[in-house]
Design a protein around this ligand. Structure first.
Ligand code: CO8
Length: 262
């Protein structure tokens, strides 16, 4: 599938997807979701890819939300299915077997914040603006934002953002624990790549297990979460990466993880 609304680049074990509708501030339309879905399939089929980065083309926006010009033409049933489609694609990002980092380079509003929240963590430029302004359109977030934001920053802060429709700048998002780091616009991609490369140098089996355990474990009670961790720990112990990592430590050398699922 060729892409018109996104760009997929794969370089040195890192895949980068650029939301690429700069004239509409990278707003999310149906075609973009189809392409994003296909790009995620390509990434999953490529065993060389160890980390995914999501970012926006141009210097103004990550994603300014769902495409409002497309949204207004939808009847209630079409809106319901569009909302479900977006949720499914964002859940696919969340469930990827590799880590996903959002590099938020500008406006991340509505569906834009929701896309970033589906990633494992977010680095943002000083110019980034986050928010769920759907209430200003007489709507509510529909791509998982009410759920992921509330789980991340707490119900009270999520409700204030959703009820007021007010945007917040990167420093407030950092204070809320919504993002991990603020960078200057010029160094954002450099910083994200530095972290992505560090993660890519680790064992693939352990990375996948760590992501699954944190996600599945925190969706349940502590005791069940710890048991999920036990099982995953046992499984990672049997991997080639674990043999390499522990041997390298004892032999006082750097480990060389092969990135294979065995
Ligand atoms: N949809 C469509 N086009 C957009 C969008 C958008 N979300 N955002 C910006 N654009 C377009 C503008 O219409 C404009 O196009 P044109 O040049 O042809 O007039 C171009 O991008 C540039 O935008 P502005 O001129 O407005 O740029 P400003 O710098 O003045 O303002 C803002 C930037 C503040 C980001 C402003 O564009 C804005 O407020 N955008 C809308 C933000 C918003 O409300 N986002 C939420 C959308 S709703 C949503 O995300 C719901 C998700 C769940 C859906 C569930 C499915 C049913």
């Amino acid at each position: 599938m060729s892409f018109e609304n996104i760009i997929l680049e794969i370089d040195n074990n890192i895949a980068t997807i650029f939301f690429n509708r700069p004239k509409a501030l990278n707003a999310l339309n149906n075609a973009l979701f189809d392409e994003l879905d296909a790009a995620l399939d390509q990434i999953m089929a490529n065993s060389d890819v160890r980390v995914l980065i999501l970012t926006g083309s141009g210097d103004k926006a990550f994603v300014a939300g769902a495409d409002i010009s497309e949204l207004v033409k939808m009847n209630p049933l079409q809106a319901k299915y569009f909302s479900r489609k977006g949720q499914k694609v964002f859940s696919k990002i969340e469930d990827l077997p590799i880590p996903a980092i959002a590099a938020v380079n500008g406006f991340a509003l509505g569906g834009g914040s929701e896309a970033a929240l589906a990633c494992d963590f977010i680095y943002a430029s000083e110019k980034a603006v986050f928010g769920l302004p759907e209430i200003n359109l007489g709507l509510i977030p529909g791509f998982g934002g009410t759920q992921r934001l509330a789980r991340l920053v707490g119900n009270n802060r999520a409700k204030e953002l959703v009820f007021t429709g007010k945007n917040i700048k990167a420093d407030k998002a950092l204070e809320y624990g919504m993002i991990n780091k603020i960078c200057s616009p010029d160094t954002l991609m450099e910083e994200v790549l530095k972290t992505a490369n560090l993660i890519a140098s680790k064992g693939k089996v352990a990375l996948r297990a760590a992501k699954e355990v944190i996600q599945n474990g925190t969706a349940t009670d502590l005791e069940t979460g710890c048991r999920i961790e036990n099982d995953a720990f046992g499984l990672t112990m049997s991997s080639e990466d674990a043999k390499e990592g522990t041997s390298a430590f004892l032999e006082k050398r750097k480990p060389e993880f092969k990135g294979e699922l065995k």
